[in-house]
Design a binder for this molecule. Structure first.
Ligand code: CTP
Length: 390
């Protein structure tokens, strides 16, 4: 833990020391014989700065080293994750915007703040994201740097989606039947949100279309909530222009009731069978592939939850689906026997349209998300150089 002078003033040294179980200082002249201002940065596997003030961002940009934190940041060669928190005016000021762009261009992961209540009576963009999200992004950045090794990027961070625009769908759609009932599915949105975290940890600009997800909203993304497949369809197609990648991790319902009853449907007094007429929803993934009309841009990734049956095993169905849908990558989960839904770990195979198959076993959803972005990153790199947008 390396507090700044302001942090010591805000919270107080005894609290920092009691919580960390270590002596803390902001001074480069403390413990000079240990050369702490160099040793801390050199030995770190990951540096997380949370919260980062507007002043700290400015000092990082200029390479200042006048306290222990900035000296540590200047010597660190590991991933650096920064979670700014400040009043909206400061966050939106052109000086701060420029500083954030500069840091991102250097490979620092800057998480956009959440929107909400700030330290005064005001509210708006500038609130520190939930600690769980900062930790998840930090772990994804750490995992990534281990996977790719120290030579991955100009600064060793391996932020291979830096400046890329990605659109991720998550959750499961609900098709209303009457004012209280719907036809839905068991998708929790966890896989979609793991992809969001991993994309943020690689420096992407992330848009999320979330269908009935009850997990906490991720900060640092543009998020639109939808309910039905029709709404998901319209939102995805409206946002897909100009993005580099679309990942369809959501489970859209293939069918919807032909009509939505205005009043709650009653049981029939004689217990007779009720018939529900369903009509087919649009296939969003297929439409995305059709719209790019032979070009490979954007990269389109599909997910398929499959079970084996009399016509073939999971992989046979998945290969046929990849061919039918025409997407670039298809992540196939075997959901026979209640596996995957709502759980944190997963068994999957990632099928590439070029014929490669990547089995992923006993992986967490975060690990699977990392593998998906590795494969997407390779495709993007082979298509064209990275955009200048930061
Ligand atoms: N998908 C979609 N639009 C739909 C249904 C599915 O875009 N109406 C997307 C999903 O988000 C997923 C992929 O297509 O990325 C595969 O979903 P799945 O339900 O397995 O595909 P279906 O074509 O509906 O196949 P099946 O007939 O096996 O249900």
């Amino acid at each position: 833990m390396v507090p700044t002078r302001s942090a010591l003033r805000f919270v107080g040294r005894p609290t920092w020391e009691a919580l960390s179980g270590h002596p803390v200082t902001d001074e480069v002249f403390a413990n000079v014989h240990e050369v702490a201002h160099v040793a801390l940065g050199r030995s770190a596997d990951l540096v997380v700065v949370a919260p980062a003030t507007a002043d700290l961002l400015a000092r990082m940009v200029h390479g200042r080293a006048d306290d222990l934190l900035t000296a540590t940041l200047l010597t660190a060669r590991c991933p650096v994750v920064v979670a700014p928190a400040m009043h909206t005016e400061m966050w939106e000021h052109p000086a701060t915007r420029d500083n954030v762009s500069t840091l991102r261009a250097r490979g620092t992961i800057v998480i956009d703040p959440a929107t909400g209540r700030l330290t005064g009576a005001d509210s708006g963009p500038g609130r520190l994201p939930e600690p769980a999200q900062i930790v998840a992004i930090a772990l994804a950045a750490l995992g990534r740097s281990r996977l790719v090794g120290p030579d991955a990027g100009p600064d060793g961070t391996g932020t291979d989606l830096r400046g890329r625009r990605v659109l991720i769908t998550a959750g499961g759609t609900r098709e209303p039947l009457d004012p209280v009932r719907y036809v839905g599915n068991r998708s929790s949105g966890r896989m979609g949100y793991a992809l969001v975290t991993a994309a943020l940890a690689r420096g992407a600009h992330v848009s999320v279309v979330a269908a009935n997800v009850t997990l906490p909203d991720p900060a640092g993304v543009t998020l639109t909530a939808v309910e039905t497949t029709a709404e998901l369809h319209d939102q995805v197609l409206a946002e897909s222009d100009g993005v580099d990648v679309v990942v369809m991790a959501a489970a859209p319902s293939d069918f919807r009731p032909e009509r939505i009853a205005e009043a709650k449907i009653k049981k029939s007094p004689d217990g007779s069978v009720q018939h529900l007429r369903l009509v087919q929803n649009p296939d969003i993934l297929a439409e995305l592939v059709q719209r790019r009309a032979g070009s490979r841009h954007p990269v389109v990734v599909g997910f398929a939850a499959e079970t084996g049956d009399a016509d073939g095993d999971v992989l046979t169905h998945a290969r046929a689906k990849l061919a039918r849908k025409g997407c670039d990558l298809l992540v196939v989960n075997d959901v026979g026997g209640g596996r995957v839904f709502g759980r944190d770990d997963t068994e999957a195979v990632v099928l590439d349209r070029d014929g490669a198959e990547h089995p992923v076993s006993h992986a967490s959803k975060s690990e699977l998300a990392g593998i998906v972005w590795d494969l997407v990153g390779k495709r993007l790199d082979s298509q064209r150089p990275g955009p200048s947008l930061l």
